[in-house]
Design a protein around this ligand. Structure first.
Ligand code: 5AD
Ligand code: SF4
Length: 456
């Protein structure tokens, strides 16, 4: 999976020591900051494992850290600006003698700008997404190309874990930098994935998320994603997957989601636009009508499930009419939530060189219209859950109020009051009654049922 020929590693790494010191990072501290998607969260977990294997203690602030790893995202322009802000702060801390080393990893590390960022901010190590394993050598461990490949999980603690089932992407969406940075699709064998899931579950992991840019495009040895989902859903007590592509999503996968009681009924299916003209310009490979039909199947197969999407506003050439088509699709599909992105030109993508740029004020107006439509739908759908009793999986506690954030089997986010969560830990289930709802979450306040029970 690793492809050093494709990667950027401008910093010379010391060669493998014959016998490495037992704990090269003993007494040192490391802070890992993650930007962007769940693939990055997972890569950060693997790097966390490398630094802790080397003996570093993890800290949460730059001021306390000897080594800072910035694991970055390149998908939208403001993401790079944010990274620049952090690098500026880190070079100041380095001058003051606090932070000793800075590593820039992830998608910005793999991009052309990395060389200038490295020079401007005095970055010590630049790694792309294909060679994150080289961090191991940087922190004093032996060459770890084999040991820290994407086949291996990150930290094996906590209630939930990401399992990468495929990397890269074979699509060429007009606006997207991912295929350039992450390369073509590579799928892990079914047995390797299932073995990892079984090992994690045996170690106490209760929630597995299958991860990839287009997970439903996964195929290996004559098997397709639905076969994999069936296997994993038997091996793990709770399973989710992201991200899916409408062209790959099979009806039988949607029926499997609804039919297996360990699969969370939440579908994230990016549509990007409701206009066939725009979908064609974006090279998405489907028409709006086909997307609508998929959603009809989902609603039938997974009653009580939740649906989210990604929408890009202001792709070059988008007219008011195209925008209206998107608003119609938003109404028809009644998304529970959506990530709405203003088009951002990424150097090297087809759309960056297209004419017909949409003025900022028009983009802003369209953005708000879509946002309002999605929030209204989400609010109405959430209101319909009020009064229902749910088995809620506890994701994390709320430090200020003592309550917790959880998730229903349909994938709704729930905020539980302290009296309801009653000290439940991440990974526990709490049965509670939904007492109110907002556009983004359900609420379980006193008046709900006491803890106990589980299942949908
Ligand atoms: N501009 C705006 N949004 C983008 N996305 C990807 N590339 C761009 C871009 N250049 C959005 C898409 C994708 C999500 C992860 O990010 O909606 O689904
Ligand atoms: Fe990018 Fe399109 Fe691949 Fe998604 S499917 S990662 S938007 S190229």
């Amino acid at each position: 999976m690793s492809d050093p020929a494709n990667s950027k590693a401008p910093v010379a790494l010391t060669r493998k020591p014959a016998k490495p010191p037992a704990s090269p990072g003993a007494g040192k501290t490391a802070c890992i900051r993650t930007f962007g998607c769940q693939m990055n969260v997972h890569d950060s977990d693997r790097m966390r494992r490398m630094v802790t294997d080397a003996g570093y203690a993890e800290v949460q602030t730059y001021e306390e850290a000897d080594l800072v790893v910035l694991n970055t995202c390149y998908v939208r322009e403001n993401a790079v600006d944010r990274v620049k802000g952090h690098l500026g702060e880190l070079s100041r801390l380095k001058k003051e003698g606090r932070v000793k080393k800075v590593a820039l990893t992830g998608c910005v590390g793999a991009a052309e700008e990395a060389t200038s960022l490295e020079k401007t901010f005095g970055v010590d190590l630049v790694l792309g997404t294909h060679n994150t394993y080289e961090l191991a050598e940087f922190v004093g461990l032996p060459g770890m190309e084999e040991t820290y490949t994407p086949d291996l999980p990150g930290m094996e603690e906590g209630d939930s874990a990401f399992v990468t089932i495929m990397t890269g992407c074979n699509y060429q969406c007009s606006y997207c930098i991912v295929p350039t940075i992450r390369g073509r699709m590579a799928c892990r064998p079914m047995e390797s994935i299932v073995a990892e899931v079984e090992r994690l579950v045996a170690g106490g992991t209760k929630y597995i998320t299958l991860l990839g840019q287009t997970v439903d495009a996964w195929r290996h040895g004559g098997m397709k994603f639905c076969d994999l989902l069936e296997r994993v859903s038997k091996a793990a007590p709770r399973v989710w997957f992201t991200t899916s592509h409408p062209s790959n999503m099979e009806d039988r996968t949607l029926w499997a989601m609804g039919g297996r009681d360990t699969v969370v009924g939440r579908l994230h299916l990016p549509v990007q636009s409701g206009s066939d003209r725009m979908l064609k310009a974006m090279h998405r490979g489907y028409k709006a009508e086909r997307y609508r039909r998929k959603i009809e199947v989902f609603r039938e197969a997974v009653p009580g499930g939740t649906l989210s999407t990604d929408i890009i506003v202001g792709h070059p050439g988008e007219t008011d009419d195209d925008h209206e088509r998107t608003l119609e699709l938003v109404e028809d599909c009644a998304f529970d939530s959506a990530y709405i992105f203003k088009f951002s030109p990424r150097g090297g993508t087809e759309a960056a060189g297209m004419g017909g740029r949409v003025p900022d004020d028009v983009v802003q107006r369209r953005f708000l219209q879509i946002l309002r439509a999605v929030e209204r739908n989400g609010f109405e759908a959430n209101q319909r859950r009020v009064g229902s009793s749910e088995d809620i999986y506890i994701r994390r506690g709320l430090s200020d109020s003592g309550g917790a954030i959880g998730e229903t089997w349909g994938g709704h986010s729930v905020r539980l009051a302290h009296e309801i969560s009653c000290g439940a830990e991440p990974g526990d289930y709490v049965r509670a009654r939904i007492t109110s709802a907002g556009p983004h979450a359900l609420y379980a306040d006193p008046g709900g049922e006491p803890p106990g029970g589980r299942r949908r």
